[in-house]
Design a protein around this ligand. Structure first.
Ligand code: 6OG
Length: 159
């Protein structure tokens, strides 16, 4: 990565149990109307897991007791030099109860019924790796928000 390419680092957290996954519908901003995990920009002075725990609580009310790093995503948008680096986590243990926030409408989905048609296009490519428990690294180049020009996904030994 050259020095002129800015990088933005994000967290993305999925709350899981044996048969269901908690998704949130983004009510405003980037990705509005799409179902996704909970997350956002890592702030100065916090670690990536700290940012992940903070965003999860802010957006759906749950406090993660543990986080498992399950994958890494990189996104570029054609014509924009910015690299988005998204650290993907799962949590199976948490306290608190699910609440709707100004940013997100949370809802449990059966793992067999994930609403890919109303999610970022990349999700249906890498979700299978996450659901199989394989640590993945994905790179996606978008044109606008509704077309993937190219992508690749590798399975890595857990970092
Ligand atoms: P805020 O801007 O609300 O954080 N995110 C993406 N997630 C998926 N699945 N696909 C993408 O394709 C994404 N781009 C960003 C990272 C945005 C949240 O959305 C995730 C953050 O969790 C382009 O702070």
């Amino acid at each position: 990565r050259d020095q002129m390419t800015a990088k933005k680092v994000f967290s993305l957290v999925f709350v899981r149990n044996a048969s269901e996954i908690l998704l949130g519908m983004k009510k405003r901003g980037f990705g509005q109307g799409k179902w996704n995990g909970f997350g956002g920009k890592i702030e100065p002075g916090e670690t990536i897991p700290e940012g992940a725990v903070r965003e999860l609580q802010e957006e759906c009310g749950l406090i993660a007791k543990e986080l498992k790093n399950v994958g890494l995503l990189e996104f570029k948008f054609e014509g924009d030099p910015t690299l988005l680096e998204v650290h993907v986590f799962e949590t199976h243990e948490y306290h608190g109860s699910v609440i709707e926030s100004e940013e997100m409408l949370p809802k449990w989905y059966n793992l067999k019924n994930i609403p890919f048609k109303n999610m970022w296009l990349d999700d249906e490519h890498w979700f299978p790796y996450m659901l199989r428990g394989e640590f993945f690294k994905g790179h996606f180049l978008y044109r606008g928000e509704d077309l993937i020009l190219k992508y690749n996904i590798q399975v890595l030994d857990k970092l």
